[in-house]
Unconditional design. Structure first.
Length: 294
């Protein structure tokens, strides 16, 4: 048996969370086309006959413009210092750029971890583009243990990746009992599902300004309903108006999308109560960030 920790790193929106979910076989990390969707180190557990992989899904590495952005980068650095394997991700449909080069070079600071390169989203690129990306990525470092193209959407080469990662892990017993797919709390998973629904269709700076807190999850007596009470937090009154929408239409939409996933997660019908509130410039305020868990 082999077991250990791997983290996927790369620029925002290169498919790290989608890849995590595909390997785990269940949704443990929310996904969105908005950059910097992931805000925590979320652990997904992959069980295979030959061992166990613990995937630590992290925020995308970026140039921070707020205190939140800096704290997310600090979180990534902390994770990189603790894992057995670092898997660097580049999408097949985009040329390797300065950001990729900078991140690949920064891996010098983590001598203990073995390094793997992954070309993601091969389902979105031509064969020639994939070959070009593999050559570009291979040239970034001389110490890649493997360079693997794959698609988390079509599951192409996922088994190759999991086999390769397990082979690089230290020998040891499983770190989590079989059947557990994540160590995230129910409250955290619920808040992330609501945030994912709120992110859909918003643009400009608003995605970065959305946070979600869950105040209560309670099963009703004499009913199969579970009550969920949560706040969607934004930074300005104008953003609050966008989230609520005309006569509350957008907030109802967010609730309907979130409720469908919450019912799958909680295994019961859900009554979801959402309240939108403003916390001025919370991304830049240390006290507000602390209250929100950052």
């Amino acid at each position: 048996m082999r077991s250990g920790f791997v983290t996927f790193v790369g620029r925002p929106n290169v498919g790290k969370s989608t890849l995590t979910n595909a390997l785990v076989g269940e949704k443990v990390a929310i996904t969105s086309d908005k950059p910097q969707t992931t805000r925590r180190a979320i652990r997904g557990i992959v069980n295979r006959p030959t061992g166990q992989l613990v995937i630590v899904d992290t925020p995308g590495i970026h140039r921070p413009r707020t205190l939140l952005g800096q704290r997310l980068n600090d979180l990534v650095e902390q994770v990189l210092g603790d894992v057995d394997v670092i898997a660097f991700c580049v999408p097949a449909d985009q040329k390797v750029g300065p950001g990729d080069t900078r991140i690949a070079a920064s891996l010098d600071g983590y001598k203990r971890a073995k390094k793997v390169a992954i070309v993601t989203k091969t389902d979105t690129a031509s064969r020639d583009d994939i070959m070009e990306r593999l050559i570009e990525v291979d040239a970034l470092r001389e110490d890649w243990a493997a360079v693997i193209p794959l698609s988390a959407v079509t599951n192409e080469q996922l088994d190759v990746l999991s086999d390769e990662l397990l082979a690089l892990m230290p020998q040891g017993e499983a770190l989590y009992p079989e059947g557990i797919v994540t160590d995230e709390s129910i409250e955290d998973r619920v808040s992330e599902i609501i945030r994912e629904a709120a992110l859909d269709g918003v643009r400009d700076e608003l995605p970065h300004s959305i946070a979600v807190t869950v105040s209560e999850i309670a099963e009703r007596e004499d009913s199969d309903l579970t009550d969920v009470f949560a706040d969607i937090i934004v930074e300005r009154d104008s953003q609050k108006a966008i989230i609520i929408g005309r006569k509350g239409s957008r907030l109802r939409d967010v609730g309907a999308r979130a409720r469908a996933e919450l019912e799958q997660l909680l295994g019961s019908r859900v009554f979801l109560s959402l309240h939108v509130r403003v916390a001025k410039e919370w991304q830049r305020d240390p006290k507000q960030l602390g209250r929100l868990g950052f």
